[in-house]
Design a protein around this ligand. Structure first.
Ligand SMILES: [Zn+2]
Length: 248
C-alpha cells in the first residue's frame, strides 16, 4: 500500500506549507499530516487565507467578532501543535474567488521567501464543494506548477471508506487511535465551530476513518475546478459559470 510517510521521507526539501481557506480546515483535512510533519524533521508552515467570519458562531453571549474569536482559536491550535510559522490572512470569507490575483501574489511571496518544497491543500473539488476551498486549490495548483513544488491534495477520506483501493499517485497516512483522539481534541479547540451536536452530525464520520488520503498532483496536467451552487447557513454561492478551467 502506498504510504505517504514513505513518500515524504524521500523528499529532499523538508519545508512543507499547509494552505487552507478557513481556520479549522487544516485540522479537519490534514490534522494527522500536520502532526506527523511537526513531530518529524519538517519545517511546517500553515497559511490560512480567511478568518472564517461568515461561519457559524456556537459561543453564546459573546461580544467579540467571529473573526477575532476564530483567530484566537487558530492561535491556540497552532500553539498546541507547537507550530511557529502560522499565518492567518484577512481575505474575504465566502468570496475568495473575487481576490484570486491578490491571493496568488501573497502565496507566491510566501513560498519564495520560505523556500517551500511541498504544499498540502484542498482537493480540486474542495472536499465539500466550498467555493473558497476550490479557489485555494486552483491557486495552489497554478503556483506549484510555476515554481515546481510538490503538491498534495487532501482527499475526503469518506470516499475511500467502502473501497480502500487507491488511485494513481494516491497515498494513505495511517492513523492510530491516539492520533485520531488528538485530532478530535484539536478540533474541539475551535469552540465557535464545534459543539457536540455539530461534531456528531457533520464530522464524526470523517474523523473516525483511520487514515488520511492524499493525491500527489501532476502539476503539468490541466485540471478542472468545478464551481457549483453552494449553500451554508450564512451565505449562498452561485457560480457565474458552471465550470471554470484555469488558463494554461
Ligand atoms: Zn473551509
Amino acid at each position: 500500500m502506498p504510504l505517504l510517510s514513505h513518500w515524504l521521507q524521500q523528499q529532499r526539501n523538508k519545508n512543507i506549507l499547509f494552505i487552507f481557506a478557513h481556520p479549522d480546515d487544516e485540522i479537519l483535512s490534514s490534522g494527522a499530516l500536520l502532526y506527523w510533519c511537526s513531530s518529524h524533521t519538517y519545517n511546517v508552515h500553515v497559511l490560512i487565507l480567511t478568518q472564517g467570519e461568515k461561519g457559524i458562531n456556537l459561543i453564546p453571549k459573546t461580544t467579540d467578532s467571529l473573526a477575532k474569536i476564530r483567530r484566537k482559536e487558530f492561535e491556540m491550535v497552532m500553539n498546541t501543535l507547537r507550530i511557529k510559522n502560522a499565518t492567518l490572512l484577512p481575505f474575504p470569507d465566502g468570496n475568495l474567488i473575487s481576490q484570486v490575483k491578490q491571493t496568488t501574489s501573497k502565496i507566491k511571496s510566501y513560498i519564495i521567501k520560505n523556500n517551500i518544497g511541498i504544499i498540502a491543500t484542498h482537493n480540486q473539488d474542495g472536499g465539500d464543494g466550498h467555493p473558497d476551498h476550490i479557489t485555494v486549490s486552483r491557486v495552489c495548483k497554478e503556483l506549484a506548477s510555476i515554481h515546481k513544488i510538490a503538491l498534495l491534495f487532501s482527499i475526503n477520506p469518506l470516499t475511500y471508506k467502502k473501497n480502500s483501493r487507491l488511485g494513481k499517485n494516491q497515498f494513505q497516512l495511517l492513523l492510530s487511535k491516539i492520533s485520531k483522539k488528538r485530532q478530535i481534541s484539536l478540533l474541539r479547540l475551535y469552540r465557535s465551530q464545534i459543539s457536540n451536536h455539530t461534531l456528531t452530525m457533520v464530522m464524526v464520520k470523517q474523523l473516525f476513518v483511520p487514515f488520511e488520503v492524499y493525491q500527489l498532483v501532476d502539476v503539468k496536467k490541466k485540471l478542472t475546478f468545478e464551481y457549483k451552487e453552494f449553500q451554508c447557513k450564512t451565505y449562498t454561492f452561485s457560480p457565474k459559470k458552471e465550470t471554470e478551467i484555469l488558463p494554461k
